[in-house]
Design a protein around this ligand. Structure first.
Ligand SMILES: Nc1ncnc2c1ncn2[C@@H]1O[C@H](COP(=O)(O)OP(=O)(O)OP(=O)(O)O)[C@@H](O)[C@H]1O
Ligand SMILES: [Mg+2]
Length: 389
């Protein structure tokens, strides 16, 4: 079977379907084209970042049963770059013999933050204590009868991304911010650091994780603002996070790439926040700074090839290029050339035609022989580069 895969890799004879065509899909295709894989993209928007570089672009929604089902029937192997996919369509495709990796049941578990938290509890994975609620009225009741105390963090069970779907409630003055629908309430963690580990597993059972990265958030946008590798956590904490990542992917018996976000709390404990069964924003630096990028590793894992080395070549900082607040419309970049003139600065533009406040428009990876050097250059990039209309 695997010989067949490698043969087809080199003969344009492997049809890889990717559900959704955002920047993650684009970067996955860039890696897939190093070999000779024929790529198919499903996305609503014909101007999506991955659409133009895919071998085949198919218009359709990842949420619509029929769109996902018809798309999947055309390919040999189906994977995804987004979590909110119509899982029933994936289940039907699987029952008809289409290979889908990661497995649709893993996607179903992770799509629902309630089930995801149950998984952590059942498998002794450290995570913030939580309770499930049917709706916002049940939360108000719990506050009134004293079972729920401020502060707490509410998360919608389904559909949240980029911080939307998360509400921090510190006192009754914040109750207007309660989100509507099924949700979980978590204890508010005293966060010291936010880190992530990306881990891959192939169907032979080989597991490899990338070095820990540290995420630093923009408090206004609540998006990752810069990411550094190596991180500043202790060796013990890094080992702990990596062990937990390995344990999770092994317990799930998952094939593919899994990104796990952790908190390091004020006591130094490493606890899981959430996970995503796909390539991840916190792994963009791997394209230039690690021997094997997260995108290549994802392909290796789903094709059951040997996993690549995850050794760090040079310290790296990654900045998301976000749409400037107050600007919405056709995209214009300012400062690109000045930034490219700085040694070790690598710019990635996703090709989004329209900018919006805080929209992810691209990213920059900055490499240097020391992390301090990379951080200093990152400040220069941040001061020069902007996306306006
Ligand atoms: N229990 C918690 N205590 C304190 N802060 C939290 C807690 N849970 C989440 N946060 C903060 O909110 C941010 C977003 O939460 P989370 O990662 O669960 O949301 P998301 O929208 O699914 O994720 P993403 O932004 O990664 O797409 C976290 O990165 C963290 O800063
Ligand atoms: Mg998150």
């Amino acid at each position: 079977m695997n010989n067949e895969i490698t043969e087809r890799l080199a003969s344009s004879n492997l049809k890889l379907g990717i559900v959704a065509g955002g920047q993650l899909g684009k970067m996955l295709i860039q890696e897939a084209s190093k070999w000779d894989i024929e790529t198919y993209i499903l996305d609503k928007d014909e101007n999506c970042p991955a659409g133009k570089i895919a071998s085949h672009y198919i218009q359709g929604s990842h949420l619509e049963f029929e769109d996902v089902y018809q798309f999947g029937k055309q390919v040999d192997l189906l994977t995804f770059e987004i979590e909110s996919i119509n899982v029933d369509a994936l289940r039907k495709l699987k029952s008809e013999g289409i290979k889908i990796l990661p497995d649709p049941e893993i996607l179903a578990l992770i799509q629902d933050k309630g089930l995801q938290k149950d998984f952590y509890t059942e498998n002794d994975i450290p995570t913030a204590p939580f309770t499930k609620y049917e709706d916002e009225n049940a939360i108000i009741d719990a506050i009134e009868n004293g079972t729920l105390k401020y502060p707490f963090v509410q998360k919608l069970r389904k559909g949240g991304y980029d911080g939307r779907g998360v509400s921090v409630i510190k006192s009754k003055d914040d109750l207007a911010e309660l989100l509507k629908g099924k949700s979980i309430i978590e204890e508010k963690v005293e966060i010291e650091k936010e880190i992530s580990v990306i881990v891959a597993r192939n169907s032979t059972g080989e597991i490899k994780s990338f070095p820990v990265v540290e995420m630093i958030f923009d408090p206004k946008a609540n998006l990752v603002d810069r990411l550094v590798c190596p991180s500043s956590v202790s060796e013990e904490q890094a080992i702990k996070a990596t062990e937990i990542a390995d344990k999770i992917i092994e317990s799930l018996q998952m094939v593919g790439l899994l990104a796990i976000e952790f908190f390091v709390d004020s006591n130094g404990a490493v606890i899981v926040n959430e996970m995503a069964p796909r390539t991840h924003n916190s792994g963009h630096h791997t394209i230039e700074s690690i021997v094997t990028s997260q995108f290549e590793q994802h392909l290796r894992s789903v094709l059951n090839l040997p996993l690549g080395s995850t050794r760090l070549k040079l310290p790296a900082v990654m900045l998301n290029i976000l749409g400037e607040p107050g600007h919405e419309g056709p995209t214009r970049y300012v400062g690109l050339e000045e930034c490219m003139a700085i040694e070790g600065v690598k710019i990635h533009l996703y090709g989004k035609k329209v900018t919006r406040p805080y929209r992810k428009m691209g990213h920059v990876t900055i490499l240097s022989s020391s992390l301090e050097g990379a951080l200093a250059k990152a400040d220069q990039v941040k001061n020069r580069l902007s996306v306006i209309t």
